[in-house]
Structures are given as C-alpha cells and as structure tokens.
Design a binder for this molecule. Structure first.
Ligand code: ADP
Ligand code: ADP
Length: 219
C-alpha cells in the first residue's frame, strides 16, 4: 500500500500573461518507510512539490493522496488535521522561536491537542542527543543543535511522514552529517517515511531513491 501517491500532479502559476509550470504532470508513489530525496536545480519545482505534499498548497490539476486521503477532497479543517496528525516539517532555517527554551520549543506543537499521546519532551531530547540543552535558548546553540531541536519538535505528534526542506542547507559538513545520521535512524529504527529536498550529495546518496526534477518534470 502506498503512503503518498501523486498522479499527474500539476501546479501552474501565472505571472502577467505568462504561465509557469512549476510542477508539470508529475506521477510517483512513496511507500511507508521509504527515504526519498527530492533533487534538481533551482527553479525545478522542489519547493512547490514539498508545499503540495505538506498540504500548504493545492494542485492546479492531478491528484495527491496521502495516507489514503485525496487532499483536494478534504475541507480546510480536514487538511489541517491530516497535516497535524500525519506530517512533520523540518526547514533549512530551523524555525525555532527565539524567546522560548529548547524544551518549550519542542513542547509547542503538543499544545495543539492530543497531548496525552505525545512523547515526553525529555524522551525527545534524549532521542536527538540534547538532554543537556533543555533550558537553553536557540541563540545559545550551534546550527546543528538547532536543527536537532527542530527535528525533535517535528516528532512531537508522532508523524508517519517527515518532510524536510534543505535540512542541512545552513550547516557545516560535520553538523550536516550528524543530522543525516539522525534522519537515517528515525527512518530505519522508527519507520518514519522521509521526503527530503536537498542539494547535499551525501544526503541524496543516503536516500533509498531520488525524485529528480527539471523544469517541473520528473527526469
Ligand atoms: P525550486 O524549489 O526547485 O527552486 P520552486 O518550486 O520554488 O523551485 O519553483 C518552480 C518554478 O515555479 C520557478 O520557475 C518559480 O519561479 C515558480 N514559482 C514558484 N512559486 C511561485 C509563485 N508563488 N508564484 C509564481 N511563480 C512561482
Ligand atoms: P528554495 O530556497 O526553497 O528553493 P525558493 O526561492 O524557490 O526557495 O522559494 C521560496 C518561496 O517563494 C516558496 O514558497 C516559493 O513557492 C516562492 N516563490 C518562488 N519563486 C517565486 C516567484 N517567482 N514568485 C513568487 N513566489 C515565488
């Protein structure tokens, strides 16, 4: 059974009189437990694809089914629920709130409901190797540590799928390697499906498979 199924997924943008095919009839299937890299040059449609997968944007045509639900058939509320219950997000710039401590940043999404099922902040901190940083604030951490906090936060709602946009983009290669290691552990030990947009060749090579985009098409 597939976890993500895209069929002739297309996203058009209009700029003045011009139509940009940001994503052009892309068809693929991702199975539970896969680690998939999304690669391609700048402007090839990677961000557009990730926004569609994250339910943050809707296709112009074609269909996208995640965990058995076709996104365009869901109401906004149902789509938000799917996003919260099934997906975790990790970004290049970490997206941590500077005024909150590490523990508070991680606990934030748990405040959105279903708290009883959430793993404890302490267990998440241990999972990402940052127990000793619990009460620090983001500016006191290295980039690699900030990204590990962001990953811990993404795990609070026990997502089936982790979507990451250039998770090592702002890191030196040693920190990037540790983030890759953590992502691989989450994939192999906990069966979390990974979809990672990346320009990092080591990361792309570690993935089981790459979706390569060029001019909005799979190549
Ligand atoms: P990538 O992430 O691979 O750099 P994007 O998905 O950001 O590519 O962009 C794909 C194409 O769609 C590019 O030509 C980009 O300029 C265009 N595009 C993306 N988002 C928009 C938007 N909101 N409005 C207009 N054009 C867009
Ligand atoms: P990335 O570094 O992830 O490739 P981009 O520069 O492609 O980031 O895009 C950043 C954001 O701006 C995305 O949400 C994308 O959809 C939007 N975007 C990209 N190109 C355009 C554009 N030509 N017009 C409007 N929005 C755009």
């Amino acid at each position: 059974m597939s976890l993500i199924e895209a069929r002739e997924l297309t996203r058009l943008y209009t700029r003045g009189t011009e139509t940009v095919r940001a994503l052009d009839s892309v068809t693929f299937t991702i199975h539970p437990g896969e680690f998939v890299a999304v690669v391609g040059p700048s402007g090839s449609g990677k961000s557009t694809l990730l926004q569609l997968l994250g339910g943050m944007d809707l296709p112009s045509s074609g269909s996208l089914t995640i965990a058995g639900k076709e996104l365009s058939r869901l109401s906004d509320t149902e789509r938000t629920t799917l996003r919260r219950d099934t997906l975790g997000f990790v970004f290049q710039d970490f997206g941590l709130l500077p005024v909150l401590t590490v523990a508070e940043n991680i606990a934030l999404p748990a405040g959105l409901g279903k708290v009883s099922q959430a793993p404890s902040v302490d267990s998440l901190l241990e999972r990402v190797g940052l127990s000793h940083r619990k009460n620090h604030r983001p500016h006191q951490l290295s980039g690699g540590e900030m990204q590990r906090v962001a990953i811990a936060r993404a795990l609070v709602r026990r997502p089936k799928i982790l979507l990451a946009d250039e998770p090592t983009g702002n890191l030196d290669s040693a920190s990037g390697a540790r983030i890759l290691e953590l992502l691989q552990e989450l994939n192999q030990q906990e069966g979390i499906t990974l979809v990672v947009v990346t320009h990092n060749d080591t990361l792309a090579a570690a993935a089981g498979r790459a979706l390569a985009l060029k001019d909005g098409k799979l190549v």
